[in-house]
Design a protein around this ligand. Structure first.
Ligand SMILES: Cc1cc2nc3c(=O)[nH]c(=O)nc-3n(C[C@H](O)[C@H](O)[C@H](O)COP(=O)(O)OP(=O)(O)OC[C@H]3O[C@@H](n4cnc5c(N)ncnc54)[C@H](O)[C@@H]3O)c2cc1C
Length: 332
């Protein structure tokens, strides 16, 4: 069978809601599709108790032509053996030219297995996608620790890429998808994993990819109790805590909280940058933020050029005042 189409792994959360990165990938797939002739966009959902109608409507509204759903009570919790093998079989049954998967922990886990099983290449953590020579997928990703970006043209089919979250903007369109039926014999999959217990971190302040508000600290906050103030403000605003690479290197945040070129790309409604100078490698990670609020004691810090609200001042004076104001607001 000649490979055709773009297959997207439609990851869902614990409440069977589609992850935002899936909508971003669907929107991007629509623009890729315009450049290659006669391709369809397929979205594959795996899980338990999936509302077929809702799922087809929602994935269609972001550009899917066909939706493939595999639902079974053994798929309630993510299990690498089942999910990866099912997705591999879907890709074999409907051979696509391109497979796109969000670079979430689950997406990366599945992608590695699928690319091995399909004996094809995989470009991981992409920051851009395009169609290059001979209508092949051109994937862009940071390399050499983020010092360079590489454009990678995989010449085997399917061409696979995992893509970082918040890179592309998801856009709703006026479209309806159709259901595509498929039979996967789950009994035949040799399950090698038993999930004994699962603990979900709810409202974790470390989860920055989908956060609405982020309070981020840079070197300026890496002394005295700078990060304690950042955590306090974040708690009061129900925000997540992030930081620059320097803050990570100094041990104030985890790698998963680092924003920027070699960290995560974020798109919160509000990004509060505290003691951050605004190096290009940091700015690339925050350009999709709604409003950027900057607190820095150097009025010439480059980050002020990108600020919607700029406060020139010492963070050790400004943050306690801000925290007091938030408290007052909550009392009213
Ligand atoms: C290959 C490569 C990849 C990189 N990837 C990333 C990345 O993903 N993310 C990232 O962030 N960086 C990255 N960097 C590093 C980047 O170049 C900068 O070095 C880094 O972003 C600077 O961090 P900073 O703003 O915390 O520190 P600085 O640039 O030192 O800025 C500190 C700021 O704090 C202010 N300040 C100090 N004291 C106070 C105070 N009391 N009150 C208020 N303000 C104060 C200062 O005025 C200054 O503007 C990368 C670099 C390379 C080479």
């Amino acid at each position: 069978m000649e490979p055709n189409g773009i297959l997207i792994y439609a990851q869902t959360d614990d409440d069977n809601r589609i992850e935002p990165v899936v909508k971003e990938l669907l929107t991007k797939a629509c623009s890729l599709k315009e450049k290659i002739w006669n391709q369809r966009i397929m979205a594959c959902v795996i899980g338990e108790r999936i509302n077929y109608e809702e799922m087809i409507k929602e994935l269609g509204a972001y550009g899917a032509d066909e939706v493939i759903i595999v639902s079974d009570n053994r798929l309630k919790t993510y299990n690498k053996t089942y999910y990866s093998e099912i997705f591999t079989q879907i890709a074999k049954n409907h051979p696509p030219r391109i497979i796109l998967i969000g670079a979430t922990s689950q997406g990366k886990d599945i992608a590695a297995y699928v690319s091995t099983k399909l004996e094809t290449g995989l470009t991981a953590d992409c920051t851009d996608l395009d169609i290059g020579e001979a209508n092949l997928l051109l994937s862009t990703r940071p390399t050499f620790g983020g010092q360079l970006t590489a454009d990678i043209l995989c010449k085997t089919f399917p061409q696979m890429a995992t893509v970082q979250q918040n890179i592309f903007k998801a856009e709703k369109i006026d479209k309806t998808a159709v259901a595509k039926f498929d039979w996967i014999d789950i009994d035949k999959i040799e399950n090698k994993i038993e999930v004994i217990n699962r603990v979900v971190k709810k409202n974790s302040s470390e989860n920055i990819a989908n956060a609405d508000i982020i309070v981020a600290g840079g070197l300026g906050a890496c002394r005295d109790n700078g990060f304690a103030l950042i955590h306090e403000l974040a708690r009061k605003l129900n925000a997540s805590v992030a930081g620059t690479r320097v803050a990570f290197e100094k041990g104030y945040i985890l790698k998963s909280q680092q924003v920027g070129q070699s960290g995560k790309i974020v798109a919160p409604k509000v990004y509060i940058a505290v003691g951050i100078s605004g190096a290009d490698q940091q700015l690339v990670g925050i350009k999709n933020s709604g409003k950027i609020i900057v607190i820095n004691n150097d009025k010439n810090a480059p980050i002020f050029k990108y600020a919607d609200i700029g406060i020139v001042g010492d963070l050790f004076k400004v943050l306690p005042e801000l925290i007091k104001e938030v408290d007052k607001d909550k009392e009213v």
